[in-house]
Design a binder for this molecule. Structure first.
Ligand code: HEC
Ligand code: HEC
Length: 430
């Protein structure tokens, strides 16, 4: 499957549109709003979403909110280094996947099996690049509101028995008047409307640009000519881009968009990179269980598509240095190791995969034997044992240094001096 460089224009849904859609979905009579009224309501919906995001009363345990797993202090990823998180009614149920960041998802497009580029991203070459898009590691939810229903109802996460259950908890926690102010006073009368309101408010919050896509990293300052990359960061960027070395930018886009927008470091494409099975995940004790991404078991509509087994969505690499677990199964806890995987997977597989009973290395062991041919073999995964790796140890260090420039909240040196904090010797500040 060929992957032409793709780039997505920044596409954020206007909250006003969301609100209208929600009111329609909640089967309330749409009320004509003036622009000013619409703005006030949009702000109220966003503020409601922000509160609900941190609201533990929406969980069956009474202790878990969205923020428990998506901690705003860690780029909306977990504050702990567990590969997967614990949740559920007793807070002791293990999940099966690592928690992705919620940042830079605003340009995610609905899932498609045949991504061909769009006019707006200037990639209209018509080449079928395969499955791409959607939310979650397997793209099974197209909109934020559909996605939000998953953790609210999952027995391993917030563990509500039904949407009605969520609505009842929201009303019990005193949200009735807020819903009334936004959606109309009769909204509280129908649980389905309250549930639709909860998920729409969460979706609206996830579209808040300053919180979720601030583009405030050192690399953004560099793209705007306001910062200079160090020699090591510059080498890292070159190795990241070079098709014969990292080739990372093919999937993790890093160039300015045709409209001048900054890149999101993902093309939302689905690829099987062959991450090793993670024995720390209890579900994996069952040797017959495999999390195959696109072809199930969490996603059910593509079950028969064996060619998709093992594929997961390429995540953004923005704020990747803030994360404590990497890849869909949280197998890796160190950024350098995550980058080294790309160089070592096929050349030093014994560092990554366990030995099979016959002593051979069980390559790609998180796929059943018949499906291991699905793993990606394009650069940097195109080397055979005995050949030089696509990335040297120094390239790996350099790429890690470059990836550290993708952390939001960079303050240029001049600004730090003006604020009387930090020093020119400490450009990243405290
Ligand atoms: C117990 C931990 C946990 C909680 C609580 C939780 N999430 Fe998540 N979240 C995850 C995991 C794990 C995934 C990946 C799921 C998958 O791939 O199937 C995820 C994925 C997502 C995604 C998709 C990200 C992407 O890259 O496509 C969004 C959006 C999201 N969560 C929002 C929320 C919201 C909103 C809430 C609260 C209603 C919430 N989450 C509560 C663990 C959690
Ligand atoms: C062919 C597309 C592709 C290429 C090329 C590629 N990646 Fe990835 N990357 C992915 C996918 C897909 C995942 C998620 C795989 C999974 O978890 O199963 C990923 C995950 C990652 C992660 C883990 C991020 C997280 O939040 O868990 C890092 C770090 C990363 N890639 C860095 C790189 C670097 C550095 C390069 C170049 C050496 C590179 N990638 C090349 C597709 C790609």
């Amino acid at each position: 499957m060929q992957r032409a460089a793709r780039s997505r224009a920044r596409r954020s849904v206007a909250v006003g549109t969301l609100l209208t859609a929600t009111i329609a979905q909640a089967s309330l009579p749409p009320r004509p709003l003036t622009r000013a009224q619409a703005d006030i309501r949009s702000a109220a919906l966003l503020a409601l979403g922000k509160r609900l995001f941190a609201e533990t009363a929406l969980s069956a345990s009474g202790r878990m909110s969205c923020a428990s797993c998506h901690d705003p202090r860690y780029a909306f990823t977990p504050s702990n280094a567990r590969p997967v998180q614990l949740g559920g009614i007793d807070g002791r149920q293990w999940g099966t996947r690592a928690v992705p960041t919620l940042m830079y998802l605003q340009a995610a497009f609905p899932f498609t099996e045949h991504y061909r580029g769009t006019e707006e991203d200037g990639a209209l070459d018509g080449i079928d690049q395969g499955p791409a898009g959607g939310l979650t590691w397997d793209g099974r939810a197209d909109r934020g509101r559909d996605q939000a229903a998953i953790p609210l109802l999952s027995p391993q996460e917030m563990a509500n028995a039904s949407p009605d259950n969520v609505a009842a908890r929201a009303l019990r926690a005193g949200y009735g008047p807020r819903f009334g102010a936004i959606f109309g006073n009769n909204v509280a009368a129908r649980a389905a409307d309250v549930f639709a309101g909860v998920t729409a408010a969460l979706e609206a919050y996830e579209q808040d640009a300053p919180t979720f896509f601030p583009y405030s990293s050192k690399f953004d300052a560099y793209l705007d000519g306001r910062a200079v990359l160090s020699p090591q960061e510059t080498r890292g960027l070159a190795a990241f881009d070079n098709p014969a070395r990292g080739n990372c930018a093919v999937c993790h886009h890093d160039t300015l968009l045709p409209n001048g927008g900054h890149p999101d470091f993902t093309d939302f494409g689905m690829v099987a990179v062959g991450v090793p099975r993670n024995p720390e995940i209890p579900a994996n004790r069952d040797t017959q269980y495999f999390d195959l991404g696109l072809c199930g078991p969490d996603r059910t509509d593509l079950r028969g598509h064996h060619e998709y087994c093992g594929m997961f969505k390429a995540p953004t690499l923005r704020n990747v240095a803030v994360k404590k677990s990497y890849f869909h199964n949280g197998m890796v806890h160190d950024l350098r190791a995550a980058v080294a995987f790309y160089a070592e997977r096929d050349l030093a597989p014994e560092r990554w995969y366990p030995r099979a009973p016959n002593g051979s290395v069980a390559m790609y062991n998180d796929l059943p034997p018949g499906l291991r041919g699905n793993v990606n073999k394009e650069p940097p995964f195109d080397r055979n044992p005995g050949e030089a790796p696509a990335l040297s140890a120094r390239d790996i260090d350099d790429i890690v240094a470059f990836l550290r420039t993708l952390t939001d909240g960079y303050r240029p040196v001049q600004q730090q001096l003006k604020e009387g904090q930090g020093s020119a010797l400490d450009p990243l500040g405290p």
